[in-house]
Design a protein around this ligand. Structure first.
Ligand code: PEP
Ligand code: MN
Length: 337
């Protein structure tokens, strides 16, 4: 981090700043020029509150040279992290498809969808039990019962299960869940992230509706700082001015995140577009752009789905999409599973 000081900074304020930084274990190095004085900071500057420094009277500007995230940073961990979920590897060249309904609705529904997505090549089953809905009058999910039904589907098919948590107090219900999802709306629920940091469960962290990649990485850092290094990032589209799609898929996030972090990066083309017919082209694009996997909504009868029907594929459509994802992966020498 570099601090550009204003001309003729007041000595007492400068001494206070240096003293405060020293207390944080940070050494300072002065470079005095004709027009300005620069203070170089040496040490772990991730703990320095940049806005606090910028607000000081004697400070003209502050620039970060190092990213504020350490655990998630590829600079300190050059090798790809590979997350192994019951033998299904995600990351480091391993590509997985997570598929299933937006919400678990009944025993028949989740078991039939689980069987069909498994047959088409999905390695993991998704299904929401606790649903974050915009309207309090919309279906809120089967909650604990939904998780029990997912476990039944797992027992029936062998597919590990992925489901969303909305409140840390529900954690005991997630004991047998294989991957805990943190949804877009909770990406910056820092108390929840801290609690998940104390577990050793793989966490699927979705990008917030209007979050930058740095904010996503800082949220991953919250989980990792607590000791849980099993984080999978998910690009699921962000809010833009475009209204034809539910969100706008930020494809550039994939190669950029792969540069910045060693964590696996997967893509959710269903929530990114809101339209089932766009799931295939965007899945193929994401696969070729270097994603480590996809999470796709599949429903036995999308027209009757209690949540997100318009973006859900039928099992037959999913089979077709999975087949073309396989062809796209051929281009870059990867395969599903
Ligand atoms: C979901 O996966 O069902 C979901 C609610 O996703 P997001 O948090 O990305 O909106
Ligand atoms: Mn959904």
């Amino acid at each position: 981090m570099v601090i550009l000081l204003k001309k003729n900074p007041e000595q007492k304020q400068l001494d206070n700043l240096i003293h405060w930084l020293k207390g944080l274990g940070i050494e300072t190095k002065f470079t005095v020029g004709h027009h300005s004085t620069i203070l170089g900071l040496l040490g772990d500057t991730s703990i320095v509150d940049i806005d606090l420094v910028r607000a000081l009277d004697i400070v003209e500007n502050v620039m970060r040279i190092q990213e504020p995230y350490k655990n998630a940073n590829r600079k300190f961990h050059p090798d790809d992290t590979v997350i192994d979920v019951c033998g299904r590897k995600i990351g480091g060249g391993n590509f997985q498809i997570i598929a299933g309904p937006c919400s678990v609705e009944s025993e028949d529904q989740i078991i039939s969808v689980a069987k069909s997505v498994k047959a088409a090549g999905a390695g993991l089953l998704r299904g929401g039990a606790f649903k974050p809905r915009t309207s309090p009058y919309a279906f809120q999910g089967l909650r604990g019962t939904g998780i029990e039904l997912l476990l039944e589907a797992k027992a029936e098919t062998g597919l590990p299960i992925v489901t969303e948590i909305m409140d840390a107090s529900h954690l005991p219900l997630f004991e047998q869940v294989d991957i805990i999802q943190v949804g877009a709306r909770n990406m910056q629920n820092f108390e929840l992230l801290k609690e998940l940091g104390k577990t050793n469960k793989p966490i699927l962290l979705k990008r917030g509706l209007a979050s930058t990649l740095e904010e996503l990485l800082m949220s991953a850092e919250y989980i990792m700082a607590g000791g849980n290094k099993n984080v999978i990032l998910c690009e699921r589209g962000i809010r833009t001015f475009e209204t034809y799609t539910r969100n706008t898929l930020d494809l550039s996030a994939i190669p950029l995140l792969k540069e910045l972090t060693h964590l696996p990066v997967i893509v959710d083309p269903s929530h990114a577009t809101g339209l089932s017919r766009l799931v295939k082209p965007l899945s193929m694009a994401a696969a070729v752009a270097g994603a480590d996997g996809l999470i796709i909504e599949v429903h036995n009868d999308p027209t009757k789905a209690l949540c997100d029907g318009p973006q859900s594929l039928t099992p037959a459509q999913f089979e077709d999409v999975a087949c073309d994802i396989g062809k796209a992966l051929d281009v870059i020498g990867k395969k599903i599973g």
